[in-house]
Design a binder for this molecule. Structure first.
Ligand code: 13P
Ligand code: ZN
Length: 268
């Protein structure tokens, strides 16, 4: 089947994922199957989709997520490559339906591609976003080289140390990632503990660093989510470029940061 046929809005969302998957590969952030993306596509699902029979067995999510009852998600497949997803999103990902028990899901299209191993984190986060009435629909986990490198230094794992440094590298970073970078201490990939720790940080941040692993980010759609990670990693690159030139970058001053926040009506 081809669920995207004659459904231009659903197709647009899935192809935005494909476009971002290509960027992740080009940036070197998506080695092998690295990273995953999920998008809540429920608003583009019609009655015909709602009665589609499942094409997989029911699978447990590993958590009970009451706000996801009857929701639909496009998910990258586990072990699938971003560079392949960029060309063929429906061969390297699938659309799932959350079952009425709110604790399991079934695949409905196009093929039985098993969702990402980070599904517990992604779905727990979507459940949290809905509970808050958030307009955010997309979550992206990726391995941005320079940000991950910074997470190997204990000083950057202290609350808001990395955020303040990254904001001070170039004015745009605070403007386009105004909530900064949250930190989750190293936790086993794919675990419910990682999901819970991520949600705790999303109260205050849109982008969260998973220590020595990658980042997890949320926003209204997959493109906006990618942008937040991209601006943060750009700042990390500027920091590293200065260090490579043999000096500690000065960073924008507190006064310059305050001036920016007032001028652009930014938080904190
Ligand atoms: P998946 O291939 O299961 O999506 O895993 C990739 C990854 O980055 C795990 O953290
Ligand atoms: Zn990962």
């Amino acid at each position: 089947m081809n669920i995207l046929e004659n459904r231009p809005r659903l197709k647009e969302e899935v192809y935005k994922v494909a476009e971002v998957a290509g960027y992740l590969w080009q940036k070197g952030w998506a080695e092998r199957n690295g990273g995953n993306i999920t998008v809540n596509v429920t608003e583009w699902v019609d009655d015909e989709i709602r009665v589609l029979p499942p094409i997989s067995e029911r699978q447990p999510i590993g958590a009970v997520l009451p706000h996801l009852k009857g929701c639909y998600f496009y998910c990258k497949g586990t072990n699938k490559r971003m560079r392949d997803l960029a060309r063929c999103p429906m061969d390297n990902g699938s659309i799932i339906r959350i079952c009425d028990d709110c604790a399991s899901y079934e695949i409905i299209a196009d093929q039985p591609v098993r969702p990402t191993s980070e599904l517990p984190s992604h779905l727990s986060v979507h459940n949290y976003l809905i509970s808050k009435g958030s307009p955010y629909k997309a979550s992206v986990h990726t391995h941005p080289i320079e940000l991950v490198a910074m997470s190997h230094s204990p000083k950057f794992l202290e609350k808001d140390v990395a955020t303040k440094l990254l904001w001070s590298m170039i004015p745009e970073t605070k403007a386009f990632c105004p909530r900064g970078l949250g930190i989750v201490p190293y936790t086993l990939p794919g675990s419910v503990e990682l999901a819970d720790a991520t949600i705790a940080e999303l109260d205050d941040y849109d982008v969260v660093m998973w220590e020595k692993h990658g980042v997890f980010a949320v926003d209204v759609d997959v493109m906006a989510t990618f942008d937040q990670v991209d601006v943060l990693n750009k700042s990390a690159l500027i920091y590293i470029a200065a260090k490579n030139m043999g000096f500690e970058p000065q960073g924008m001053s507190e006064a310059q940061m305050r001036e920016m926040s007032v001028a652009f009506n930014l938080p904190k």
